[in-house]
Design a protein around this ligand. Structure first.
Ligand SMILES: [Zn+2]
Length: 69
């Protein structure tokens, strides 16, 4: 089963279940969840697809922006 979550529809300050707090993307101005992985370029997820597998959950961002460092 695949579900698509659209973070652009969530209000800033609300918390997306799997990803974290929703904020406004500095790159495109839509809402999304900003990720700042260590040693990698930060990015903002606007939509992601998640799939329930027998060994857990797999998520793929379908719409995201790369942010300036
Ligand atoms: Zn964006």
């Amino acid at each position: 089963m695949t579900t698509v979550e659209d973070f652009t529809q969530l209000a800033t300050g609300s918390v997306a279940l799997l990803e974290g707090e929703v904020a406004r993307c500095p790159a495109c101005g839509r809402n999304g969840v900003v990720k700042r992985p260590e040693n990698e370029t930060p990015y903002c997820i606007h939509a992601e697809e998640s799939e329930m597998l027998c060994d857990g959950m797999r998520t793929d961002p379908t719409d995201c922006c790369r942010l300036p460092q």
